[in-house]
Design a protein around this ligand. Structure first.
Ligand code: DGY
Length: 370
């Protein structure tokens, strides 16, 4: 039906469209590309960018879950992976032994579209001869930009001030004590985890004339010299910093690494920034610390439960800025992540060493033939 600009279609028509799209949604959960009997079969758990699908389509018979923002339901995933040679999941999909067994012996590669791979049971994959890959390096600067943005927004109370203006509460004029926050320049930044992203955050901090100290299980004298930063034990980083930013992977050893004790070691005027993984922070302890003024504020992009529980008490606090796990969310970076995940996957299916293998022991179990 041709629609005249500015003229709304009648209501019955809109309702029909709505109903129709729902029917389509429930009937059709995947979209197929590159169907050809000779090609290996691949399943992708979310709608991706055309560049990535194009690579997969050239080399594989690929089916894609039709969700854009919604994760694939577990039972659908378990049925869709049957007999696939490759799986391209996201960090929101738990890929454990049950999924691998549902796929069966043909599954050779799980190519995660993320740098983190805590959603994949690596031991189970290695035992079954399944190559696991990730997308490192690509999202370093984009994530560091976001970590620094969160730091600034939190320190300068930007989100809170924006809410105030939109709510029509700016009824008086400029005020000397209105929304006063904390300076960033000249302050001490404590980086926990000096990997690629932690180092990129250090560079940004230097541009703001910050003193930078760091803690990592591996001391990095090369980076200390290059970036002009100083190593300190964890408790000293916590106690000496005005801002503490977390850049550590989620492992058994880092789960709740920042809890009540660590938060109470921080300065009362300090801020915590987390763009790594939610469970590295004990969220209950963090809530109490923010509520009771043990620390001044927090900027969080990641949570113990994602999406955040709608009754999370964090939602009621003004001294915390909350974003929905978007640290790597730029068009350029997300496209490159998807393309890299597609390339990793195709490499393994062609018998070639993938560029970003995270379980090298798998080579002993299923050597590549290429
Ligand atoms: C990753 O790739 O692990 C990030 O969390 C995605 O932003």
């Amino acid at each position: 039906m041709k629609q005249v600009k500015g003229t709304a279609p009648p209501h019955f028509f809109l309702n029909e469209i709505h109903l129709f799209s729902k029917v389509i949604y429930f009937r059709k959960t995947t979209i197929s590309y590159g169907a050809d009997l000779g090609k290996p079969k691949v399943y992708v758990t979310r709608q991706l960018f055309d560049d990535a699908i194009g690579i997969l389509e050239r080399h594989t018979e690929v089916e894609v879950f039709d969700g854009v923002d919604n994760a694939i339901p577990r039972d659908l995933l378990l049925s869709k992976v049957a007999d696939v040679d490759g799986l391209l999941p996201l960090l929101t999909d738990t890929i454990d032994a049950e999924v691998m067994d549902a796929a069966g012996e043909r599954l050779k590669v799980i190519s995660n579209m993320a740098v983190g791979f805590n959603n994949i049971d690596l031991n189970a994959a290695t035992k079954r001869g399944i190559y696991v890959t990730n997308t490192p390096g690509i999202l370093t600067d984009t994530t560091a930009d976001c970590a620094f943005a969160l730091l600034m927004v939190t320190a300068r109370r930007i989100a809170e001030a924006d809410r105030h203006v939109r709510a029509g509460k700016w009824i008086h004029t400029w005020g000397p004590k209105m929304f006063i926050g904390s300076d960033i320049h000249g302050k001490t930044l404590g980086i926990i985890g000096l990997g690629r992203i932690g180092s990129a955050v250090a560079k940004r901090a230097k541009g703001f004339d910050m003193r930078v100290i760091y803690y990592d299980v591996h001391r990095r004298p090369d980076l200390e010299n290059e970036l002009g930063i100083t190593y300190r034990p964890l408790d000293e980083v916590l106690s000496a910093s005005d801002f503490v930013t977390l850049h550590i992977p989620l492992t058994e050893g880092t789960h709740h690494m920042i809890g009540e004790k660590e938060l109470s070691t921080m300065k009362r005027r300090a801020f915590l920034i987390n763009t790594s993984r939610g469970p590295v922070v004990d969220e209950g302890a963090l809530y109490r610390a923010l509520r009771d003024g043990v620390i001044a504020g927090a900027g969080l992009d990641v949570f113990e439960e994602e999406p955040i529980n709608p009754v999370s008490p964090l939602l009621g606090l003004d001294n915390v800025v909350l974003t929905p796990h978007i640290a790597s969310a730029s068009v350029e970076t997300r496209t490159k992540m998807a393309v890299t995940a597609a390339e990793n996957l195709v490499s393994v299916l062609q018998g070639k060493e993938p560029p970003n293998l995270v379980n090298p022991d798998v080579r002993k179990v299923r050597p590549l033939k290429g």
